[in-house]
Design a protein around this ligand. Structure first.
Ligand code: Q46
Ligand code: ZN
Ligand code: ZN
Length: 302
């Protein structure tokens, strides 16, 4: 197989693009896809400070690497979920990455904000671990960005993640989730920062290859709670489709973004209020995060 660009020996075949690249041209392809995402969705400018949410995994560290190399002003945000050794190791990877590139890494401890680490939160609430975890992550990302003055948070969600989330929302016809499925969510309130996903055009395999070729030291193990998550089952279904017909994930996600999403967008108009307890944006009187923290407090003390 030959590189599409230079005709040299290809290191990687991208079936959905019907192309193969040598290592340098794959890195170039990857960076161009990120630049295209940033440009197309007006994600951020070179004058803005970008907060990159990093988990220590390949996707978020690959994203941070691309943005640093491209000359953007960035800082990392690591959310310490308190999930046993997984959190310790992933934090160490983020700290080492930030130090090696001379970048600032902000760290937020979930245990401090919610009152307990995620495994204890799960026991206290008896709800699926990922639901309390996801809620806490979204809340703390926004709060940290506001506190430190970043107008935008970038996350490492890739094409596989986005296609799986869309699949889950469609499976259950969560029509309120569909308009929020987007590579870039604008700020709709002074206390909500923009949220962007510059890797949405790149597959998990491609980010893994990029991280490997760039020599990024990331945590390979997944969060121990990921195993039972339904999103994994959705990913497996899509993997089988992709295997049989390369480009399926891309067509599913991009077709939705271009053709279907606008229809759902129109029906979403919710009034945004400020939580009477913490001041963050919510649709009720007390935000879901404060309710969670209150529940954890009641169930873990007393
Ligand atoms: S960290 Fe949290 Fe994920 Fe672990 S508990 Fe679930 S949501 S799987 S991306
Ligand atoms: Zn080449
Ligand atoms: Zn609140």
């Amino acid at each position: 197989m030959k590189c599409r660009k230079c005709g040299g020996a290809a290191a990687l075949e991208l079936r959905r693009h019907n192309a193969a690249f040598c290592s340098p041209h794959f890195l170039e392809f990857f960076r161009k896809q990120v630049a295209e995402a940033v440009h197309r969705h007006h994600m951020f400018t070179r004058d803005e400070q970008i907060m990159v949410a990093v988990s220590g995994g390949k996707d978020s560290l690959a994203l941070w690497d691309v943005l640093i190399e491209d000359g953007y002003q960035t800082a990392g945000l690591y959310l310490d979920l308190g999930i046993f050794d997984y959190s310790k190791e992933s934090k160490a990877k983020c700290q080492a990455f930030a130090a090696s590139r001379g970048q600032t890494l902000h760290i937020e401890r979930v245990a401090e904000a919610v009152g307990a680490p995620i495994p204890v939160v799960q026991q206290a609430t008896r709800r699926p671990t990922c639901s309390a975890c996801g809620l806490s992550k979204r809340y703390l990302m926004n709060r940290a960005a506001l506190q430190h003055g970043y107008p935008v948070v970038a996350t490492g969600h890739n094409l596989d993640d986005e296609a799986a989330t869309l699949f889950g929302s469609v499976m259950h016809w969560q029509t309120d989730a569909l308009p929020r499925q987007s590579p870039a969510l604008a700020s709709t309130h002074p206390k909500l920062v923009r949220r962007v996903k510059p890797l949405y055009r790149l597959s998990e395999l491609e980010t893994a290859a990029f991280a490997f070729l760039r020599g990024i030291d990331y945590i390979v193990e997944e969060c121990p709670f990921a195993k039972g998550a339904t999103s994994i089952a959705h990913k497996q279904v899509l993997d089988r489709l992709e295997e049989a017909s390369p480009g399926s994930k891309h067509n599913f996600l991009f077709g939705f973004l271009e053709k279907a999403r606008p229809a759902f967008e129109k029906i979403e108009h919710v009034e945004l209020l400020e939580c009477t307890s913490c001041g963050q944006v919510t649709t009720g009187a007390i935000c879901a995060f404060c309710k969670l923290a209150d529940l954890v407090k009641r169930r873990t003390t007393g």
